[in-house]
Design a protein around this ligand. Structure first.
Ligand code: BES
Ligand code: MN
Ligand code: ZN
Length: 497
């Protein structure tokens, strides 16, 4: 799909479909007004008849209006003009997409750039329209033997830009949006692939593949022997319950000179989480193939960087293995020694994410990073607390946390802060080791972060618990690609000008 910017004359535009906004109270957007004039008041008459009120999400597809060159005009209800929020704007774009992706529409011109959203400029709108467009058109059909027949014919979307002078900076926004969409789509593919295909080795191969497309990206994959050498006893204890070889994937993107310290992203790469000996119940266990979505979002973000080549240094670290019950698996009560030297009593083998992340955090120290963000589908408790709307963010550096919250608010790929007060730390006390790997039934998302904080003392660190946002369940089951947008925005905001 090709998205481009152009200054257009709506009524003279040769296109399969023009997409324009209508507001509640039958108010026409500027382009709708212009088209209405060109076709002798046909649109206003139709609204008067009551066929479209302009309510949020309502759509009406008109064919062959006289005086208009384009063969179709799609009127899209945007609700009350003054109430249009970021969430509503995204819903409008999604609805319009679903309409133009059906049937025989091959190209469309979209006039949503003229919608006013308080505090937001043209480039922000270009970003949101383009990212939502790609997101709505995403399909995962790799593993279906016959492809979906209702396949979209849409090949080209042009976003109307009122002033020619805005096109240059708009192109930058468009490039960012396409790169983010591409990273998101990769993260969704990796998430949707099942555990028997998307193994730690598969993730490593994908990372290497991205490096082939970009000179500034170097990928190193450490195998079990090398991980052992690093003394990652905690990570390896999880891996040893599976026949699948663990991998530590390290991706280094260099957009600045080598002496510039990098930002580090760490992604939880559990390619299947059965819980281990503390085995999970059978219902919905299939969804634990999504337990590598932290890794997927981090690899997806590196794909975005590889495409955009911004002026920043970023390292991604992905510890990856399976968590299965086995004769050789961790047992409740087992005590392991992490790379940091701290010992851990594994009271529940299903709290495995923190066991692989703690060693990755210690490994991150060697890069002397400007900031470290770990991304993980870490706790069911996070889903209880925040639902599927926001990721939880906790950390030891308020500057990093605030930058994450900011990036979430501008993009809509949101995060919400939870407290990491020392009062919670005592829940991790162990009678036999330096700490336990679980903190009991209360404040599960917080005590998980407390555990990680013990390995992040030398880092400017924040943790994103994405258990609620990384995938959808039910009818639309599938990976969302979150938080690739959030991470990409966070990094873009810190690039050298
Ligand atoms: N991957 C899960 C967390 C999870 C569960 C995410 C369900 C989304 C939906 C993680 O490894 C896990 O099992 N966490 C346990 C921790 C508990 C044993 C302290 C949990 O949340 O139940
Ligand atoms: Mn688990
Ligand atoms: Zn897990």
């Amino acid at each position: 799909m090709d998205v481009s910017l152009a200054t257009t004359q709506a009524e003279q535009q040769n296109s399969d479909c023009l997409v324009v906004a209508i507001f509640e109270g039958k108010r026409l957007s500027p382009t709708a007004t212009q088209l209405d004039k060109a076709c002798g008041g046909g649109i206003a008459r139709l609204l008067k008849r009551g066929d479209l009120e302009g309510k949020l999400g309502q759509c009406l597809l008109l064919h062959d209006l006289s005086g208009i060159v384009a063969s179709r005009v799609l009127l899209v209800g945007c609700g009350k003009e003054k109430d249009l929020t970021l969430t509503a704007f995204k819903n409008v774009i999604r609805t319009a997409c679903q309409q133009i992706a059906n049937g025989n529409i091959k190209d469309a011109v979209c006039y949503f750039t003229e919608i006013d959203i308080i505090g937001q400029g043209l480039n922000w709108k270009i970003r949101r329209i383009t990212e939502t467009l790609f997101h709505s058109l995403y399909k995962f059909e790799q593993l279906k033997s016959s492809k979906d027949k209702s396949k979209s014919n849409l090949r080209k979307v042009t976003l109307h830009v009122e002033n020619k002078g805005d096109i240059k900076s708009g192109r930058k926004a468009l490039a960012e949006a396409s790169a983010i969409a591409s990273g998101t789509s990769l993260a969704r593919d990796l998430g949707n692939l099942p555990g028997n295909i998307c193994t730690p080795s598969y993730l490593a191969d994908q990372a290497k593949h991205i490096a082939k497309t970009c000179k500034q990206l170097k990928v190193t994959v450490l195998d079990e022997a090398q991980i052992k050498k690093l003394k990652m006893g905690s990570f390896l204890s999880v891996a040893k319950g599976s026949r699948e070889a663990p991998k530590l994937i390290v991706m280094e993107y260099q957009g600045l000179t080598a002496d510039d310290k990098p930002h580090v992203l760490i992604g939880k790469g559990i390619t299947f989480d059965a819980g281990g000996i503390s085995i999970k119940p059978a219902a919905k266990m299939d969804e634990m193939k999504f337990d590598m979505c932290g890794a997927a979002s981090v690899i997806g973000t590196m794909q975005t960087l590889a495409e955009l080549q911004p002026r920043i240094n970023v390292v991604a670290i992905v510890p990856s293995c399976e968590n299965l019950p086995d004769g050789n698996a961790n047992k409740p009560g087992d005590i392991v020694t992490s790379m940091s030297g701290q010992t851990i009593e594994i009271l529940n083998t299903d709290a495995e994410g923190r066991l692989i992340l703690c060693d990755a955090l210690t490994y991150a120290e060697k890069f002397k990073p400007k900031s470290v963000i770990d991304v993980a589908t870490l706790t069911g408790a996070c889903v209880v607390a925040l639902g599927h709307q926001a990721a939880a963010v906790l950390g030891n550096d308020e500057t990093v946390i605030n930058k994450i919250l900011d990036a979430g608010n501008t993009t809509g790929d949101r995060a919400w802060q939870m407290p990491l007060w020392e009062e919670y730390q005592e829940q991790l006390n162990s009678n036999f080791a330096d700490m336990a790997n679980i903190g009991g039934p209360s404040a599960g998302a917080i005590t998980a972060a407390c555990f990680l904080s013990r390995y992040a003392k030398k880092l400017k660190w924040a943790h994103l618990d994405i258990a609620g946002v990384a995938w959808d369940s039910g009818q639309n089951k599938g990976a969302t690609g979150r938080p690739v947008t959030l991470l990409s925005q966070y990094l873009l905001n810190q690039c050298k000008k």
